[in-house]
Design a protein around this ligand. Sequence first.
Ligand code: 6U4
Ligand code: NA
Ligand code: NA
Length: 161
Amino acid sequence: PHYVREYTLVLLRSQCGSQILLGYKKRGFGQGKWNGFGGKVEVGETPLAAAIRELHEESSLEVRPADIRLAGRMLFQFADETRVFRVHIYTGSRWTGQPVESDEMRPRWFNLADIPFDNMWPDDAYWLPKVLAGQSVIGYFLYAADKVTVLHHCLRDLVEP
Ligand code: 6U4
Ligand code: NA
Ligand code: NA
């Protein structure tokens, strides 16, 4: 049987909008890739609270709940695994503090024209441009066991009531 695990992912935009903050994942799942900041939602925790906590643990930055918005909810699966990743994606452009390297992540600002898609999860190339354009998305990606090949995907605009 398949089981769902809840995760978060935070993508911060510079105030002028021309850059995004990514982290180089130094260990664990997605090691060696650039990604937003995030991790597992803990028992009894809301996805929003988890997103704020993980951003702080991995980058030292602090954001207020009112300063990040839901930008997407995605399901990711691998053909050879029973685990389903349900990832709640948030964006924001207000925070306090300076990004600091952690055990898990090395933060770096990227110009929107220079996002390192070749060193990111391949699904990011599908949905991140939409999120950066201000859309919210909902989608599903099924990867082959190689964790590179996208076998199936479905991506739609998300409208929350
Ligand atoms: P620990 O706490 O060490 O067990 P770990 O297994 O390292 O956790 P963690 O906490 O870094 O995983 O969480 C995985 C992160 O990867 C979350 O921010 C969600 C994100 N993620 C998972 N699948 C993704 C995908 N296909 N595309 C993407 N981000 C993904 O852009
Ligand atoms: Na993490
Ligand atoms: Na984690």
